[in-house]
Design a protein around this ligand. Structure first.
Ligand SMILES: [Zn+2]
Ligand SMILES: [Zn+2]
Length: 177
């Protein structure tokens, strides 16, 4: 997990712990900086997620199986108003942003615990895509697609049994439960 979003250490450690539990891989945290101005779309006043994802994917990253870049800016892709994150299906790289996940964004009182839960789900979801998992129809599965934060709140931060079996088929030493 590479922190491009100036996110707090304690916050990141909590996410790393949850990600490690879900995928059963060691998770390393890395601090980094990326000049985001070249990804800024002045017309939309947002940052182009496709370009950021491809840039991260092309840069020689840490020696990691999967890499996810964590951001705190408003991401979009041309076909959508905004995205919480995205990833290379079966690839190495994903991105996720906190920007649209906070209650304050919607004029509701801040809730740090809820924010952590939402971001954790988003990170696990995008990493799931890098392991080849597609969107899942199980309502509580972390791989269910989310358009609004309310959708994220409906799901768990875990893979459903079906997705876990699929994950096990690409990671041979996964224990299926
Ligand atoms: Zn998805
Ligand atoms: Zn599922």
């Amino acid at each position: 997990m590479i922190n491009f979003g100036y996110l707090g250490k304690h916050f990141l450690e909590k996410i790393a712990e949850a990600v490690g539990q879900e995928f059963r891989y060691p998770v390393h945290l890395k601090e980094s900086h990326l000049d985001l101005s070249e990804f800024f779309d002045p017309g939309r006043r947002q940052y182009n997620g496709n370009k950021i994802l491809h840039t991260l994917n092309a840069s020689p990253g840490p020696m990691a199986l999967k890499t996810i870049g964590l951001f705190s800016v408003d991401l979009f892709i041309p076909i959508l108003t905004y995205i919480f994150g995205q990833a290379m299906l079966n690839g190495q790289t994903g991105i996720a942003s906190l920007f649209r996940l906070s209650n304050e964004r919607y004029g509701i009182e801040a809730d740090e615990k809820l924010l952590l839960e939402r971001f954790t789900k988003e990170v696990i979801h995008e990493l799931g895509h890098t392991f080849g998992l597609l969107h899942c129809m199980t309502p509580t599965c972390v791989m269910r697609s989310s358009t609004y934060v309310e959708d994220i709140d409906q799901k768990n931060q875990k893979l459903c049994h079906h997705c876990r079996v699929k994950l096990a088929s690409v990671i041979p030493d996964q224990v299926v439960r």
